[in-house]
Design a protein around this ligand. Structure first.
Ligand code: PMP
Length: 398
């Protein structure tokens, strides 16, 4: 039978990049493509003990719960966020199934078909997918290493009158970029002036390589302007604890949170109570801050090891940023190169990365690529990079 699916989902094509990356699932390929944290960073034993304590509470832990999330966890989150300068309260917090669900819910409650969202160039691919399912439209704002360019941001705010500006200002995926305070301020001010909600997606903010680096969240920057808040802050424990817990959250204006709660009710009633309680047990009885320091140090070392090998020929053909945190390095090939074609050669050589193309909502910069430095075991990195180097050499020789 010929089925007719909704236009929003039918439009979502399987991309050429995804097809190539499927080939890398073969275990012989050393992949820098995935966006995965290091498995040896997961506190598996502490998590096991946390679940045991939850089950020791008896059957009550297995009952339906509140859509907004376990109250004790929201109370703890309020304190956790205060330390980051995100002032909120349990009733302005929604626990979500990963921060991905928070992105999806925020778009669904704000966007009517055809409404615009402004994003960075490049931006997080799965946010573009969520927006497409909400039947929204997207416009890219020109960005450099410090964030969105304020002139272009204002021009696009004026032209598209977007409902939302979605950004990942702290160690972005894919750019590995850290916005400057000035650009944060410019965005907070302009978004208020033009009536667009700011969504600050911050799953990587805790993973900073210099523990003394102080980052002022966009949420805090917005709050400092006074009056009613205009920023929705999204966080996650996927990178700092383990992604399988699927626990994230949104903090922000109460009207937005209440609407997201309504949409969440229709979507999944609530996130897993057992997982929320286990996370609560974990973070209250174990040293989360110490764990975050140790994985940040581990990822810093992995990033440094990787970049230490990316010198000399043929690496001098590439330019890349030196991330100050997060999980990704963003590289630029010579102007006329096409990263998708380089990937084909890389896969032949037994290595992989993600070409930049799918991260662009508009005309892509085809000569860009993303390298993940957290997941490949350090002992395999030199071999993986040698394979990539061979692919680059082959491409250069045409
Ligand atoms: N936002 C960004 C920028 C991400 O990179 C990711 C994970 N790939 C997410 C949100 C979603 O993460 P999770 O749902 O696991 O919290």
């Amino acid at each position: 039978m010929e089925r007719t699916f909704a236009k929003t989902i039918s439009r979502a094509k399987s991309s050429a990049v995804r097809e190539i990356l499927k080939l890398t699932q073969n275990s012989k390929v050393l992949s820098f493509a995935g966006g995965l944290p290091a498995e040896d960073s997961f506190p598996a034993e502490a998590i096991r003990e946390a679940y045991e304590r939850v089950f020791a509470r008896g059957a009550g832990a297995l009952q339906y719960g509140l859509t907004e999330g376990v109250l004790a966890l929201r109370e703890w989150l309020t304190e956790f966020l205060r330390a980051k300068g995100v002032e909120t309260s349990p009733d302005k917090l929604l626990v979500t199934t990963g921060s991905q669900q928070a992105i999806d819910l925020a778009f669904r409650v704000m966007i009517d078909p055809g409404d615009y969202v402004l994003v960075e160039r490049p931006t997080y691919l799965a946010a573009l997918q969520a927006l497409s399912l909400a039947d929204g439209r997207v416009a890219e704002v020109d960005s450099d290493a410090e964030g969105m360019l304020p002139d272009d941001l204002e021009a696009k705010l004026r032209e598209f009158r977007p409902k939302i500006v979605y950004v990942t200002p702290t160690f972005s995926n894919p750019g590995g970029k850290l916005w400057s305070d000035e650009r944060r301020r410019a965005l907070a001010e302009l978004a208020r002036r033009y009536g667009a909600l700011v969504i600050e997606d911050d799953p990587y903010g805790d993973i900073r390589f210099d523990p003394n680096l102080r980052v002022t969240t966009l949420y805090e920057t917005d709050a400092a302007l006074g009056g009613e808040g205009n920023a929705l802050y999204l966080g996650s424990f996927s990178k700092t604890v383990a992604p399988a817990l699927r626990t994230g959250f949104a903090a922000g204006p109460e009207d937005v949170i209440r609407m997201m709660e309504k949409a969440k009710q229709a979507s999944d009633l609530h996130s897993s109570g057992v997982d929320q309680l286990a996370l609560y047990e974990l973070v209250t009885q174990w040293d989360l801050a110490g764990h975050i320091r140790s994985i940040s140090a581990m990822y810093r070392e992995r990033m440094e090891r990787l970049t230490a090998h990316m010198t000399g020929a043929p690496w001098e053909l590439l330019r890349w940023n030196r991330p100050q945190g997060g999980m990704f390095l963003w590289a630029t090939l010579p102007e006329s190169w096409v990263a998708v074609d380089l990937l084909k050669l890389a896969v032949e050589e037994g290595a992989a990365f993600v070409p930049g193309e799918p991260f662009y909502a508009g005309e892509p910069a085809r000569n860009t690529l993303r390298i993940n430095f957290t997941h490949t075991p350090p002992a395999l990195v030199p071999e993986g990079l040698e394979r990539l180097a061979r692919a680059i050499q082959r491409y250069a020789q045409g």
